[in-house]
Design a protein around this ligand. Sequence first.
Ligand code: PGA
Length: 268
Amino acid sequence: MSNLEGSVVRRPLVSGNWKMHHDHIEALHTVRDLGLRLKAPDVGSVDVSIHPPFTDLRTVQTVVEGESIPLALGAQHCYFEDRGAFTGEVSPQMLARLGTRYVVVGHSERRRLFAMSDAAVAATVRAVLRHEMTPICCVGESEAERDAGRTETCLSVQVRAAFNGLSAAQLGGLVVAYEPLWAIGSGRAATAVDAEDACVFIRGLVAELAGAEAASTVRVQYGGSVTAENAAELVSEPDVDGLLVGGASLEAGTFLDIIRAVGGCYRS
Ligand code: PGA
């Protein structure tokens, strides 16, 4: 596997973004099911996080901790202030208290449907870091931008806006998810070569902002119509360090197949 041939082996991260699916009872069943099936070798070379809706987090935390399931708890979003008069928002401090390890920041659905700005993305990345959690910062171009040959410009604007001013240590420890908008939920994943090109480009931007060492440790995921069938091909690319999975993460068996496909690419 090409990931093993390079000088740096980044541990891949497979993240299940449940979006607005599964109430806390369904979440309980899904996580238990995953916990029963997941064996130690499945996570020997792969980190796995699940990102349920806010109302499920406490339930999932209790099951994961109580049954020692090797899954990291993740959230899908948060606000950037710790407390205050922000009706409807959830703070990073609240997530940290629940043992949340990863927070998706700036998913395209937040940017597009809820008008999350580049400035809000940047503030949220910092807020998540302040509470010692890991942001999974999403970037990606629309179909129109891609057709107009503006993919790199779009990625460059989003990455610079989100990360400008972060230290090398901060940037090197976080996760970026390359999620082309046209691939999300469409059944039309990027080709492995296109995903690799974008991930290489993103890593280059990190190098410009924070140096080569940060660029060599930052993990860049691909997301958008990932399935058990295309997972291995995507992560076989040297700069694709894991996957952000939406629809295919909702069912334990399918998500496990993806985790195993990724693990198979990283086993020596
Ligand atoms: P999808 O969603 O896997 O259902 O395309 C990915 C995402 O939006 O994170």
